[in-house]
Design a protein around this ligand. Structure first.
Ligand code: CA2
Length: 146
């Protein structure tokens, strides 16, 4: 079984700035620890990050063909993108929305997610552990569904 771990705009800078909000681990660190955990369970992971909305939509469309589900940190597109919401609805595979920071403890505009209603659930506020919890939640959902 293969899952896509998808990250949106500016998350390539993780670990280089604002460690008080986002922690000091990089996206490469996330990839390394998720791959370690997944390989012991026989799960394959694809990783993709883009700063472009269109590239994220294309990645979601491609995942429909060969992935059982997606763990997605959409970054600031969470709060703005109807196009990403439509893409998630269209692909008909489960998507878990994850955030490093607790979006509900920050600015008002971060409290609204256009994507949450079309995701199976949201994990927010646990730093890079949010990605790990997202994978666990997605695997649990897929097991229960089959
Ligand atoms: O908490 C999250 O994971 C967010 O998705 C991160 C987004 C933010 O717009 C969302 O409201 C919540 C921002 C990503 C910026 O990533 C950076 C990481 C390190 C340094 C600078 C930016």
């Amino acid at each position: 079984m293969k899952l896509l771990i998808l990250s949106g705009p500016n998350l390539n800078l993780l670990g280089t700035r604002e460690p008080e909000i986002y922690g000091s681990e990089t996206l490469e660190d996330v990839e390394r620890f998720l791959r370690e955990a997944a390989s012991s369970q026989g799960i394959e992971l694809d990783f993709f990050q883009s700063n472009s909305e269109g590239a994220l939509i294309d990645a979601l469309h491609a995942a429909r063909k060969d992935c059982a589900g997606v763990v997605f940190n959409p970054g600031a597109y969470t709060h703005t993108s109807i196009a990403l919401r439509d893409a998630i609805s269209a692909i008909q595979i489960p998507v878990v929305e994850v955030h490093l920071s607790n979006v509900h403890a920050r600015e008002e505009f971060r409290k609204r997610s256009y994507l949450a209603p079309v995701c199976i659930g949201t994990i927010s506020g646990f730093g890079t552990t949010s990605y790990r919890l997202g994978v666990d939640a997605l695997l649990d959902y897929l097991k229960r569904r089959h």
